[in-house]
Ligand binder design. Structure first.
Ligand code: MTE
Ligand code: MO
Length: 325
């Protein structure tokens, strides 16, 4: 019997067959989208300038954070060309290749609504001034058993939460990615067999959302957030599997009961709501005991809560983490 090592698992085996998209179909949808949108064909970048003329947009006044790891950081190239962003294709290199269809990502707004006293739609530029921007060098552990170290730039999600004043009924927060099949061709009906229920959604319990490690990221490596990483704003929750860290957010909804999330809706027995990194709870189809750090040869042991246990274990005291995976 052939026993596959985790590094040999192809994304086509991890991804349910139904959503493993046909590249030709995707490209067909993408070029239709480009014709409709025009921007990609015109070669415009995120700020509407011709792409070749643009120097990377640097973010000023970014302070260092004591929450950062001093582990070796992955390269900008690794971080921006090895991605999961199914709206732009399922192969790791697809989001970088197809970023042009989603460009420009400004203007952009995020609607904050639901169980809050002060619902408000924030412009991306206002969000970036809500709190001092910090560099947070975090480990990211994907459920596919690989990991990276990424120097995010962002601010605590708690800063946004405080602005809108949640009511006593707010127990969870749901996050929603932009739905726009013209710019995110992976959302084109039929292409993914409609298995992932677009738009991509994720959720956190209120105490997880308020935790100081939880950030909204608007940049990395000193620059505005690249498209493959979820421009212009995405969630980062470092002790949970990567899929919790939802990209290109347009809606933040405060709710009373545990919200629907995209992966949990598709495969509840494989992707729980909590999705805490836990080497003791294997994915039904592969082990979570070890991981491959992108750029390294030897595998490492996966750490409980991705190594953030000292900071977050208390959030789950008394919970059976085999049941609430
Ligand atoms: N909207 C959206 N968000 C998403 C995904 C996606 O497909 N769509 N993939 C998730 C997964 S599986 C991972 S591992 C991380 C990857 O983040 P990165 O590409 O910035 O490393 O994004 C998460 N956020
Ligand atoms: Mo992932």
């Amino acid at each position: 019997m052939l026993i596959k090592k985790p590094q040999d698992i192809k994304s086509s085996e991890i991804t349910p067959k139904e959503i493993y998209l046909n590249r030709r179909q995707f490209m067909g949808a993408a070029s239709t989208a480009a014709l409709a949108g025009g921007a990609a064909l015109a070669g415009l970048d995120i700020f509407g300038m011709p792409a070749p003329a643009r120097a990377a947009q640097k973010l000023a006044n970014v302070k260092k954070s004591s929450y950062s790891t001093d582990e070796k950081q992955n390269s900008f190239k690794d971080i921006t060309t090895y991605n999961n962003f199914y709206e732009l294709g399922v192969e790791k290199t697809d989001p970088a290749e197809n970023a042009k269809y989603f460009t420009p990502t400004r203007p952009w707004t995020v609607a904050v609504e639901g169980e809050v006293k002060k619902p408000k739609t924030f412009d991306i530029e206002a969000l970036m001034k809500l709190a001092p921007l910090e560099e947070r060098v975090y480990r990211l552990r994907c459920v596919e058993a690989w990991s990276m170290v990424i120097p995010w730039i962002g601010f605590p999600l708690s800063a946004l939460i405080k602005q809108v004043e949640p009511t006593n009924n707010a127990k969870f927060i749901q996050f929603v990615t932009l739905l726009d099949p013209k710019r995110l061709p992976g959302q084109t009906p039929g292409i993914f067999g409609n298995v992932l229920d677009w738009p991509y959604t994720e959720g956190l319990r209120m105490d997880e959302a308020m935790h100081p490690l939880t950030i909204l990221s608007v940049g990395l490596y000193g620059e505005v957030l690249p498209v493959p990483n979820g421009a212009p704003i995405r969630l980062v929750v470092p002790w949970k599997y990567g899929f919790k860290s939802i990209k290109s957010i347009v809606k933040v909804r405060f709710v009373e009961s545990q919200p629907k999330t995209a992966w949990n809706t598709m495969q509840p027995q494989e992707y729980g709501f909590y999705s805490n990194v836990n080497p003791e709870v294997d994915h039904p189809r592969w082990s979570q005991a070890t991981e491959r750090r992108i750029g390294e040869f030897l595998r490492r042991k996966t750490l409980m809560f991705n190594g953030y246990g000292d900071q977050v274990a208390s959030l789950y005291k008394g919970m059976d983490l085999k049941k609430f995976y």
